[in-house]
Design a protein around this ligand. Structure first.
Ligand SMILES: Cc1cc2nc3c(=O)[nH]c(=O)nc-3n(C[C@H](O)[C@H](O)[C@H](O)COP(=O)(O)OP(=O)(O)OC[C@H]3O[C@@H](n4cnc5c(N)ncnc54)[C@H](O)[C@@H]3O)c2cc1C
Length: 474
């Protein structure tokens, strides 16, 4: 075989000579992986088992020069590219059948500057890589709640985790971003360098270039923190008490509560197996002593099924939920913002939970507010952030034959919650990006046109389009 075909930007195929690919591969410090290579199957695998994509080429970059060369190679041939960080995107956007994947998963270096209280993170890092380094200095970046998630996709579309109410979303903590733009140029964006681009990168997605590194502000926390994990029966009264607590909770309290089904697992009392539950997980972003006091009321909302709350290392809190999200399970997640948690909303949430076809599925309640809600539209396109709650509806299931049922359940939940919804949508929980144009407009609201302007300046041909896409022609 002397040629191969790859998907191009016009929706067709481009023929590329193998000799050209070999010359390109020769310059790389990383590797070029093709379907005949032994590492192909592992390299193409996405976290969401719903996707089994077979790209034509995976360029595993290890240096910025590799990224620049990859962008130029694809650009010169009009190839459709996908960008891969942690491969956790629920819609499977990190790959494409017959496509050209620019894979940053080998670029995971993390350098802490304890004096400046900043950290520089290569764009293929996972959240756990950052926590491991920053916690050596008793410092943190607010990120997400599962340690194997990629920092790149998470940050570019926001990033909510235990510390969001104290220090904002992940994107709010950016100091600078280094990226390779559509014309193959490397540049830095910050408040003083390319400030419009920097604004767009604080929540505007992977639309503007291949990010090679992020610089974040750090905050003091840990190594020990207080973590609450308490599971109750799915009672309306307990949710009412939880709702009341959430109205006066201090900003240090970062809660992620969820409904689900008690697993048939020896960690839980046998009499409760398969029963619906309401669990509260929370991390206190302050001293463990204060946290013990401040989180105690959450442990006394009723009689718990189990209470695993304890002081633990911050790095442990960041891994607490990891086992619930194995690679290769099937996932379909969507989000709805809520105006308030009324009795009607609570009843609806509990009823929808009981209809979940899979016992791995949950309906998550993220309490918002605090520092993240004070960010203005001058600072981030992901604004205003007025809604006090975000609901994440997570269908998680094992048998591919159950896919239709589980996807339908998530859509039913979105419809069921519609009467209580506040404007907006969170693009890190995007379903499969059905109705993508409308979703993106809904997510950015009044900031959408400014994002289009920045997109036109940095990527007028929409070279970066396999993402939560802002169409430059919009
Ligand atoms: C188990 C799990 C837990 C999660 N928990 C949270 C959570 O607590 N909080 C939260 O906010 N979200 C959470 N998410 C959602 C998560 O933020 C998104 O799935 C995000 O896309 C993951 O980023 P990634 O780098 O792994 O994505 P990938 O799948 O690697 O990439 C997805 C997209 O991100 C963009 N992208 C990636 N790398 C780059 C780059 N270097 N330059 C430019 N664009 C790039 C591209 O558009 C790409 O298509 C979770 C997801 C999973 C699967």
């Amino acid at each position: 075989m002397t040629t191969t075909t790859m998907a191009n930007l016009n929706g067709g195929q481009t023929t590329v000579a193998i000799a050209e690919l070999e010359t390109f591969a020769h310059q790389l410090r990383g590797s070029l992986i093709r379907p005949e290579d032994a590492s192909y199957d592992e390299a193409r695998r996405l976290w969401n088992g719903m996707f089994d994509k077979r790209p034509a080429v995976i360029v595993q970059c290890v240096r910025v020069a590799d990224v620049i060369d990859a962008v130029r190679f694809a650009r010169d041939r009009n190839l459709l590219i996908a960008i891969r960080g942690g491969a956790h995107n629920v819609a499977g956007l990190a790959s494409y059948d017959g496509g050209f994947v620019i894979d940053l998963s080998q670029m995971r270096a993390v350098h802490v500057d304890p004096k400046a209280k900043t950290v520089r993170v290569e764009a293929g890092a996972q959240l756990g890589d950052i926590d491991r380094e920053t916690q050596k200095y008793g410092l943190v970046v607010p990120t997400g709640v599962v340690s194997e998630t990629g920092i790149a996709g998470l940050t570019l579309n926001g990033g909510v985790g235990w510390l969001r109410r104290k220090w904002g979303m992940t994107c709010d903590n950016l100091v600078s971003v280094e990226l390779v733009t559509a014309n193959g140029q490397w540049l830095r964006a910050s408040q003083t360098e390319n400030p419009d681009l920097f604004w767009a990168l604080q929540g505007g997605g992977g639309n503007f270039g291949v990010v090679t590194a992020f610089e974040f502000e750090l905050h003091p926390l840990g190594p020990e923190v207080m973590f609450c994990f308490v599971m109750y029966p799915d009672s309306r009264e307990i949710l009412q008490r939880f709702s009341k607590f959430s109205q006066s909770e201090p900003e240090e309290v970062g809660m992620l509560s969820f409904t689900g089904t008690v697993p048939a697992d020896d960690n839980f009392p046998k009499g409760w197996w398969h029963h619906p539950f309401f669990a509260i997980a929370a991390c206190y972003a302050g001293s463990a002593d204060d946290g013990e006091i401040m989180l105690q009321p959450l442990r006394e909302l009723g009689t718990p099924i189990v209470d695993f709350s304890d002081r633990m290392l911050y790095t442990e809190t960041q891994q607490f939920l990891d086992d619930d999200y194995p690679k290769g399970r099937n996932y379909y997640w969507k989000s709805v913002y809520l105006k308030e948690l009324t009795d009607d909303t609570i009843d609806t949430l509990l009823a929808l939970n009981r209809q979940a076809p899979s016992h791995h599925s949950t309906i998550d309640i993220w309490t918002m507010g605090g520092a993240m809600s004070r960010v203005t539209s001058a600072e981030s396109p992901l604004t205003p952030r007025e809604a006090p709650f975000m609901i994440g509806i997570e269908a998680n299931w094992d048998d591919p034959q159950d896919s239709d049922l589980n996807i339908a359940w998530v859509r039913d939940c979105v419809d069921g919650l519609a009467p209580f919804a506040a404007p907006g949508i969170y693009l890190n929980f995007p379903g499969f990006m059905e109705d993508a144009d409308q979703m993106v407009r809904t997510a950015y609201g009044q900031n959408f046109q400014r994002l289009v302007k920045v997109k036109r300046q940095y990527d007028p041909d929409n070279f970066f389009r396999l993402n939560q896409n802002i169409n430059p022609q919009a």
